[in-house]
Unconditional design. Structure first.
Length: 203
């Protein structure tokens, strides 16, 4: 028997929290995206809005224009010879709280936007953790300073969102799930020793 209960921190409340192509940004550092999808095809396809899109990556290594980067669904960086979609690079980045982000080239960037500006998609994996941090989606949260909030997407083709949130004062001496019980989605928490993730969405 399946029980689906939309608790206080459901996807609708998180829609404005992601960043990247087609997404907004929150007051906390965000690494989720709701950008273009990817396909196993090549060349020119059609987006959900009916506009023509140009594919990139894949087994033949389709390239984007110099002012674009290749966006891969779920930040898979083209694993399994999947193609992405060419997206215009941002002209500037105004991240309120930039957090180091792993790029598909294995390089650290100051933020997700900074990776895009350098023509690189952010990667779900592939970089070692910077000192005193732990992974949160494609970015890294501060160990014993922040926790990772994971927004679970219930829409096909729309990736999950991840962002770092400052730990409340009660967690200062011991960061564990019990100290987040009063936080949004705190009942859906995992981790210990300062490496904590809460999951928000449909359960």
């Amino acid at each position: 028997m399946h029980h689906s209960v939309l608790f206080c921190c459901g996807l609708a409340a998180l829609a404005a929290c992601g960043s990247g192509p087609g997404g907004g940004s929150s007051s906390s550092s965000s690494s989720g995206t709701a950008g273009p999808g990817s396909s196993s095809g090549s060349g020119v396809g059609s987006s959900s809005s009916g506009e023509d899109v140009r594919r990139c990556g894949g087994s033949v290594g389709l390239a984007c224009q110099p002012n674009e980067y290749c966006f891969f669904l779920n930040h898979g960086c083209g694993q399994g010879d999947r193609t992405g979609e060419c997206v215009t690079r941002p002209s500037s980045c105004t991240d309120a709280l930039p957090v180091q982000t792993c790029g598909c080239d294995g390089t650290y960037y100051a933020s997700v936007c900074d990776a895009y500006a350098h023509g690189v998609d952010s990667a779900a994996s592939g970089c070692d953790e910077p000192p005193n941090t732990f992974p949160c989606g494609t970015t890294f949260c501060t160990w014993y300073g922040e926790y990772c909030r994971h927004g679970v997407s219930d829409v096909v083709g729309v990736p999950d969102t991840y962002w770092c949130v400052a730990l409340p004062p009660i967690c200062a001496s011991a960061a564990y799930c019990q100290c987040l019980e009063d936080q949004p989605c705190g009942q859906h928490c995992e981790g210990l020793n300062g490496r904590i993730t809460v999951h928000c969405g449909l359960f």
